[in-house]
Design a protein around this ligand. Sequence first.
Ligand SMILES: Cc1cc2nc3c(=O)[nH]c(=O)nc-3n(C[C@H](O)[C@H](O)[C@H](O)COP(=O)(O)OP(=O)(O)OC[C@H]3O[C@@H](n4cnc5c(N)ncnc54)[C@H](O)[C@@H]3O)c2cc1C
Length: 450
Amino acid sequence: MSESTRSVIVIGGGLAGLSAAVRLAEAGRVVTLIEATRAGGGRARSFHDATLDREVDNGQHLMMGCYRETLAFLRTIDSTDGVYFQKNLEVTMVKPGGKRLHLQCPALPAPLHLATGLLAMRGLGVLDKAAALRAGLMLRGEVQRPDDNETCDSWLRRLGQTPTLRNAFWDPLIWGTLNDDPLVSSAAMFTAVLDRAFLTSRDASRLGVPKVPLSRLYVEQALAYLRARGCELRLGESVRALEVTNSRVTGVTLKSGDTLAADVVVSSVPPQAFLDMLPGTLPSHPVYQDIARLRPSPIVNLWFSVDRAPFDDPFVGLVAGPLHWMFNRSQIEGEVGSEVMMNCTISAARACVDDPPETLQALLQSELQRYFPAAGPQGPKIKRFKVIKEKRATISHAAGTYHCRPEVTGPVRGLYMAGDWVRTGLPATIESAVQSGHDAAKAILTSERN
Ligand SMILES: Cc1cc2nc3c(=O)[nH]c(=O)nc-3n(C[C@H](O)[C@H](O)[C@H](O)COP(=O)(O)OP(=O)(O)OC[C@H]3O[C@@H](n4cnc5c(N)ncnc54)[C@H](O)[C@@H]3O)c2cc1C
């Protein structure tokens, strides 16, 4: 059998699986994609919701200019138009009582753009700005860098970061990018984000917001791309087990009982789903035992409509509160109507993930009043409300856990691991998922040549 006629199965139709399959199809491989749901998209998907009577994302997703692999993937499937990117990084943070802190980075080379933006930020005092400069020196390698065992909290204290600067800048960035509490999350993981986003180029730190529902942004386009190249799409079918003989993968068994033979299998499912597919004694292998040590971190999303938007920006961050970011989806999607559709994100939402919808709606209403008092004593009135809870939104990036994430290749020959949780050097994000898919495809194509 010639190497390029090896049969390839990709398990999972989220960002990692689709990007792996698209990269392989682009290189002329005919892939069989097996995805448990009929629609695909995994943890970054959209669907029609009857309460809100519209298509909603399972959670608001933000991208950054440094999402190189993601942008390449979107270019391949011809879908870059679906994301709105800022010209330069610009973020508004709102304090309880309504006072605003505005970070606007000028058109200067990185990292000067961020330094200048922070120095010009209204609401920060001289001590806060001096602390920002100290952090800048660290990033330029002039102060000892954190290792994976140090928490963000300890690192920020070591750098003398002031409470105001933490509340307005560092902590929201950590909650948002690592989906974890600064008290537990790894400072090394965070500085990996800072390196990519703030030290490479000015464009890298721009924020990107999808203008269209997520499934329309990439799932439908990627599936169409694969179909057009003769790939087999088995949607609504689940893999029950990997078939492994003499430490080499030979195929998969589906929940239906059917077995499909393959020389190469890419698994792009989340950690526990991957462990559940391992046959025999494989789960006791040290690489796989480490995977079992990874813990999940939840995200709660509140979709709601109001009669008028509480702010004019497309999105704002809420300083030092239980709700983290608020988005005006109507403005972002260019919708006009009598109701304004909004979305609110609560990252690492362990404290409220088990709360019933009524409790979350009451919290939202009181926080709207607390942060936007100009809207009147009752605050903007919530008309429609919907909670989406993702209990396993990402892995937790707790300090000291990076070594548990596996490489793309492991102890079983022909079996490749992809997913936002594998060892990409990045936190579990869209970019990590797509990079892992591209890394798996590259490893397969390279092994064919050797
Ligand atoms: C609410 C929320 C908000 C987020 N916000 C952001 C953000 O702002 N920016 C950002 O960069 N990232 C964000 N993320 C993270 C991002 O969504 C994920 O990193 C990314 O979607 C993970 O993709 P994946 O392909 O690795 O995994 P998944 O999306 O989980 O894909 C795995 C797929 O495998 C399928 N599957 C599972 N088991 C089987 C089986 N046995 N057989 C067949 N198929 C199977 C699943 O159905 C799923 O489709 C957010 C995540 C959530 C949940």
